[in-house]
Write a protein that binds this ligand. Structure first.
Ligand code: NAP
Length: 256
């Protein structure tokens, strides 16, 4: 308890109660953090507000599509005026067209490729650049990624390529921001049933496969992922940056 007491964090990517970002928000709040959230458009506002305000009635909320520079600017201007400083940021957003998450990667369209990278990868750099000035006392950024960045997961397709770019961005950002004592890490989660996951065809089979092959013989829970994220956000991980931490019941270590 209290690993994040006195810390202020921004959580990007809560859509509903199943969201990995929401699991992380709950764990961070349990550890004493004050949280601000973004939501994507009016459609999600009510849902995110209800969740956020169940933990803290004063939690600031910002409308933000991560592909829009003016909305990103407004988020950090808002944090600057309400809090004046930021200690951590959780990046849990990803998007690809549904048709690109089925069939073969070779058929990926030019605009589908660009869109997946804009939302799922470039957004981390866009957020990091704006968070940096608010992290004068140091900070920690955590981005959610998946094993499909490292190995071919059939039908994960363009998202695997975007996650590879995200993981490389984590390393480059860790290098740039390290001198300011801002750490940047990726958390590679095993499959979790969320809204985004439902867009990946054959997702249920992926979960069954992991359960039968992973050393722990089960899938990860939201709590497994959230607690590891708290570790990466907290001073317990003070010497770790540029890393991709697998929270996948050991699935990635198995060759056969
Ligand atoms: P989720 O609940 O659907 O969260 C994805 C979030 O991304 C949603 O809040 C979504 O908002 C947001 N988003 C999409 N496009 C956006 C944009 N242009 N601007 C702002 N937000 C946008 O699903 P999740 O599984 O928790 O995903 C969170 C992260 O974990 C993602 O990076 C995902 O790739 C990663 N991850 C998930 C799994 C898994 O198995 N679930 C495994 C490893 C890694 P909308 O609903 O409005 O689109």
């Amino acid at each position: 308890m209290g690993l994040l007491t006195g810390k202020q964090g921004l959580v990007v990517g809560v859509a509903n109660k199943r969201s990995i970002a929401w699991g992380i928000a709950q764990a961070a709040a349990r550890e004493g953090a004050a949280l601000a959230y973004t939501y994507q458009g009016e459609r999600l506002k009510e849902n995110v507000a209800e969740l956020a305000h169940s933990l803290d009635p004063n939690a600031p909320l910002y409308d933000c599509d991560v592909t829009k520079d003016d909305q990103l600017d407004a988020v950090f201007q808002g944090i600057q005026s309400s809090w004046g400083a930021l200690d951590f940021l959780v990046h849990a957003v990803a998007f690809a067209k549904r048709e690109e998450l089925d069939g073969e990667f070779v058929n990926t369209s030019r605009d589908g490729y660009a869109l997946a990278h804009d939302v799922s990868s470039y957004s981390l750099t866009a957020l990091a650049r704006r968070a940096m000035p608010l992290m004068a006392a140091g900070g920690s950024l955590v981005a959610l990624t998946y094993y499909g960045a490292e190995k071919v997961i059939p039908r994960y397709n363009i998202m695997g390529v975007a996650k590879a770019a995200l993981e490389a961005s984590v390393r480059y950002l860790a290098y740039d921001l390290g001198a300011k004592n801002i750490r940047v890490n990726a958390l590679s989660s095993g499959p979790v049933q969320t809204l985004a996951a439902r867009g990946i065809s054959g997702f249920t089979d992926m979960m069954k496969h992991v359960e039968s092959r992973a050393p722990l013989r089960r899938n990860v829970t939201l709590e497994d992922v959230a607690n590891a994220a708290v570790f990466l956000l907290s001073p317990l991980s003070s010497g770790i940056t540029g890393e991709t931490l697998h929270v996948d019941c050991g699935y990635n270590i198995v060759g056969m």
